[in-house]
Write a new protein. Structure first.
Length: 694
């Protein structure tokens, strides 16, 4: 079965129907966001020896409903799950502590043991059964849909949430008080159904909405009808007017603020080593969001907690509130933000220690940095170890902010308790979703920019950094080549057509990076053209043109990189493609070698002047790399002039090996990882003593 395609020949008809309904739910972010919610269907299958088996297909943990396919549902045998339910019904009720232990320590293994293997492609070993499997299994209905409807949460997250939900939905929905997902929730959901078997669904307070039916359409229609009724109730409430905080005369721009936020929310991987873990940022703003951010007591309001426990693993239980950024005093903004970030981490550590002791959970603290930063007058930033993670966090934060305003207009927003939040945040089954959401790598959370990114060395370098987890920006003067390079790099690559000899265009390009990712950590200044000419005959025009591209552009790129890196305050890496011409000039290559020699000393000057800022400057001297500089025609001409085959010419070094663009890329990656090296040149040429620096 191909990804993204439902093959009816291989898939039970009931599952095909469920996939369709699930995708409809997933496309509406009022109902579910980024892996949230779950859906299921019960059916009878035949195993490999001909026995009939009752199976529940339930969406795997962390899979997005919007793009879900048949292979994203885990088939689990129902009968072993129902034994737990029968034990509960027969009076062998477990204590709250027994239920919690089962939910945290044994639950996952229990579900894995009861997976039903239909065919090799129907269930992947990499998929995890949903946390809500027992809830779906304990209820008798064929189709069950569960969403985290923001409208439902707006009503249920209230001190009198049960009354409000009953007003909107009537008696056709059972009411289930908040409890951590797992055996306890499944038991309570089944109890609510037993009290009134005619109900169309369940309100899981401070959690979500469940509907069921004999068909996927019936369950879906009930979900939409229920949410519509809730939204009508919310719309009928008078809008609450909040006192507004004063704002600066001029609010700083996103590109000015983002690097400051990024730096304030980074942390040292090892204390004292100045090797920082940074995050990728996603910015959001809207009139509704700005209304939320101007509330006078925003900090207290924002600490009321998450809309639903499912969000906590992405956003933590509350955001960091920044001061309003005065365009006339960015230094003051940065100082105050760093103080608030420090206070946030201290409070998080206290929360962890307090609740670890209260719950007795044997867990290690995740990093204490915020995942959402609210900036009054500007918008909010979602933080993540990848752009995808940051986008997910920003989506949740943006929708939650607007929903909290609605909740306050109806009554008084009330989330789950701090203890309950901790139990969800540090539940292994929830943390597994976060671990699964990004591939990690040495450069997770880092942003790498490569100039000349559409060329052979630039593209190879971008691929090498992306393979290790970095977000990639490629700049090149050729838009068509950029588009082709981006296709090779895959989704998420930021492409910026730019003439690096145009200082204004370079500055705007770097500002675009800040608006898109929040800042940057690694810059590979790679662009260059190997103009030739006998130095006594070359025109001033050609020589000056070469210096503009092969020297001054590197200075312009470096200045803009340093401008942002200093604002972040967490160091950074400048990497230069210098070329062996800088130390071992060839005949008639003066127009290229002279500016390259100047670039080598530019590198050393940046190492000297900006080491105090934690910014490292290193370079690569490469030679004989098949690229836009060393074209097939040039290789043919040079090898013929030397009486060599093209192969022997390209491998004309001490090791007798041809050096590739990928070898140069590996050298750039190596230098970026060397946290205690600056002012260094790495030679990548297979061995050329004449070009050696020492």
């Amino acid at each position: 079965m191909e990804a993204g395609r439902i093959d009816a020949a291989d898939t039970p008809a009931e599952l095909v129907e469920l996939v369709y309904a699930s995708r409809l739910l997933g496309k509406d972010d009022r109902l579910v966001m980024h892996g949230g919610g779950n859906t299921s269907v019960k059916c009878e299958l035949t195993d490999f020896i001909g026995n009939h088996v009752n199976v529940i297909f339930i969406k795997a943990s962390g899979v997005n409903l919007a793009s879900v396919d048949a292979g994203d549902f885990t088939p689990v045998r129902i009968d072993p799950l129902r034994k737990l339910q029968k034990m509960y019904e027969s009076g062998q009720r477990h204590s709250e502590e027994d239920i919690r232990r089962f939910s945290t320590r044994e639950f996952k293994n229990f579900l894995y043991l009861n997976l039903f293997t239909l065919t090799d492609h129907m269930v992947s070993r990499s998929l995890s059964p949903s946390i809500e499997t027992l809830l779906h299994a304990f209820l008798p209905h064929r189709y069950i849909l569960h969403t985290h409807s923001l409208a439902l949460l707006t009503l249920s997250n209230q001190t009198d949430g049960e009354r409000l939900c009953r007003e909107a939905l009537g008696d056709g929905y059972g009411q289930v008080p908040y409890i951590q997902p797992g055996l306890g929730l499944a038991n309570l959901a089944h109890d609510a159904y037993e009290k009134n078997p005619s109900i169309e669904g369940l309100v899981l307070h401070k959690h979500g909405l469940v509907t069921f039916g004999d068909s996927a359409k019936e369950a879906y229609d009930r979900m939409i009808d229920g949410v519509n009724r809730i939204e009508e109730r919310i719309a009928s409430a008078a809008r609450k007017v909040f006192a507004s905080a004063p704002m600066p005369t001029a609010i700083a721009s996103v590109e000015e603020v983002a690097p400051i936020v990024r730096g304030a929310c980074s942390f040292e991987k090892t204390p004292g080593e100045k090797d920082y873990q940074s995050f990728v940022l996603e910015f959001r703003t809207s009139p509704a969001l700005l209304d939320y951010l101007k509330i006078a007591d925003l900090e207290a309001f924002s600490k009321k907690g998450a809309m639903t426990p499912d969000f906590i693993i992405r956003t933590k239980n509350h955001p960091l509130v920044a001061p309003a950024p005065d365009a006339a005093d960015l230094e003051g903004f940065g100082k105050e933000l760093r103080a608030r970030a420090k206070r946030f981490t201290e409070e998080y550590r206290s929360y962890f220690e307090r609740q670890q002791q209260a719950t007795g959970m044997d867990v290690s603290m995740i990093d204490p940095m915020p995942r959402v930063v609210l900036v009054p007058g500007l918008g909010l930033f979602g933080l993540g170890l990848s752009a995808a993670d940051a986008k997910l966090t920003a989506d949740i934060a943006e929708h939650s902010a607007v929903a909290m305003l609605d909740a306050e207009s109806i009554g008084c927003f009330e989330s789950i308790s701090e203890k309950e939040a901790f139990e969800i945040e540090y539940w292994d089954m929830e943390q597994a979703k976060v671990r699964k959401s990004h591939n990690g790598g040495e450069f997770a959370g880092k942003v790498a920019l490569v100039t000349g990114g559409a060329g052979a060395i630039g593209l190879a370098t971008a691929k090498a950094f992306k393979a290790k987890g970095a977000e990639i920006v490629i700049m090149d003067i050729d838009p068509a080549a950029l588009e082709k390079a981006a296709a090779e790099l895959g989704s998420g690559t930021l492409t910026i057509p730019c003439d690096v000899t145009n200082a204004a265009a370079v500055r705007e390009a770097f500002d675009t990076v800040c608006r898109t990712f929040g800042g940057l950590d690694i810059v590979v200044s790679n662009v260059g053209v190997a103009w030739q000419g006998r130095i006594g005959d070359v025109s001033d025009e050609l020589l000056r043109r070469s210096f503009e591209l092969n020297f001054f552009s590197h200075q312009t790129v470096s200045q803009n990189a340093v401008r942002i890196m200093r604002r972040q305050g967490i160091g950074g890496v400048l990497l230069y493609n210098v070329s062996k011409q800088a130390v071992n000039p060839g005949p008639d290559f003066g127009p290229y070698g002279l500016p390259k020699a100047a670039t080598l000393f530019l590198l050393r000057q940046y190492a000297l002047d900006h080491g105090r800022d934690g910014i490292r400057a290193n370079g690569v001297n490469a030679d004989r790399i098949r690229s836009g500089l060393l074209t097939p025609e040039m290789i043919k001409a040079r090898s013929a002039a030397r009486g060599l085959s093209e192969r022997d010419y390209m491998a004309g070094n001490l090791l007798g090996l041809e050096v590739s663009a990928e070898d140069v890329a590996d050298a750039f990656v190596h230098l970026a990882l060397e946290t205690k090296t600056t002012g260094s040149i790495t030679t990548v040429d297979g061995g050329n003593i004449a070009a050696a620096l020492r």
